[in-house]
Design a protein around this ligand. Sequence first.
Ligand SMILES: Cc1cc2nc3c(=O)[nH]c(=O)nc-3n(C[C@H](O)[C@H](O)[C@H](O)COP(=O)(O)OP(=O)(O)OC[C@H]3O[C@@H](n4cnc5c(N)ncnc54)[C@H](O)[C@@H]3O)c2cc1C
Length: 375
Amino acid sequence: MESCDVLIVGGGPAGSTLAWKLKAAGLDVLILDKKTFPRDKTCAGWITPAVIETLKLDIADYAQGRVFQPIRRFVTGTIGDKAVYTNYVAPVSYGIRRFEFDDYLLHRCGARVMLGEPLKSLRHEGGGWVINDKIRAPLVVGAGGHFCPVARYLGANLGADEQIIAAQEIEFEMSVEQQRACQVAEDRPELYFCGDLKGYGWIFRKGNFLNIGLGREDNHKLAEHVSAFCDGLKLQGRIPSDIPTKFHGHAYLLYPLAPRQLVEDGLLLIGDAAGLAYPQSGEGIRPAIESAILAADTILAARGQYQRAQLEPYVVQLTARFGKRLHGAIPAAPGRFMQQLKQTLAHWLLRREWFARHVVIDRWFLHRQQPPLPS
Ligand SMILES: Cc1cc2nc3c(=O)[nH]c(=O)nc-3n(C[C@H](O)[C@H](O)[C@H](O)COP(=O)(O)OP(=O)(O)OC[C@H]3O[C@@H](n4cnc5c(N)ncnc54)[C@H](O)[C@@H]3O)c2cc1C
């Protein structure tokens, strides 16, 4: 039987960041992931400067042989309506490929890894946990993303009681002909809100790679929304007409509406497993790594005593950082007239340069109002 101080289920940005912090403090950490790395993750692959700062990412090292696309401009608007162009003097974000980014962070963290092995069983024994009948650990951290089995163990009724964001995406390397046909600039992602404001679509070019996707508040007719979005872009000549047709789907929870229990004796959730993505943009990498840093503080302060009371400070810190959760109390939908009024006003605002820059991009997508979390 193997043993470790902390077992982390999931080697995505949340898991590897936690491992990085705990390993640096001298703990024996083991990461278990069902996939072998490098692996793809359904994601637009957009990170904000706060992520780089909190991760202390060595850009010169990272950018060697990997996609690292500075972003200086944006196109925003409503699908089928007039677009607004916003420019910045210096890069305000970066494009990465999750295939490369997650693998880099996992190797950098220095923890022991067990890859290609899913969590199959979790049993309480002798005051700690036995995982897959072969690993002993006093603390198990769930960092397995939206469908994390540790979240399920803690009672999460995945999908059923949760108001999810459902998204579909493709990322592919363009041929020379496709690169010529693509009107999307490398440093200028394009973001287009759905007419009913229940989601948005994006096109994001990173070097020779093109990433296209659309996410919505529910997955009702999602595929139809995605193909209508792509058809419109093809008609306008913004993207090549022969893009791949097989989109990958995934789901996530927005922080204030995520009802999941986050800690229990010897158990704790971080990242998407905890449901932390920012509500307006769906950005989840920053909250994932920030939750890992906050979790590391609590775990190190607990000094091996991982009862629920010792882990509660993590929940308090998350609330201080991200605000109070609504615990399933979904605000009532406005009446039809109010809904119509809100949509008309929103479409009018989305055509305004000031609103696009200061609210949509700076506030919702870049979260510039919140300084990076020190690590
Ligand atoms: C379409 C789409 C686009 C997005 N675009 C962006 C973006 O541009 N920028 C951004 O910041 N966020 C984006 N997000 C959100 C972002 O992808 C997530 O918030 C982020 O990946 C969360 O990181 P994580 O480490 O918590 O989980 P993940 O990255 O999902 O990692 C979880 C890991 O757990 C492993 N795992 C799962 N189940 C098991 C199991 N049973 N046993 C063992 N291992 C398991 C998985 O293999 C995986 O490696 C997007 C999400 C979607 C769906």
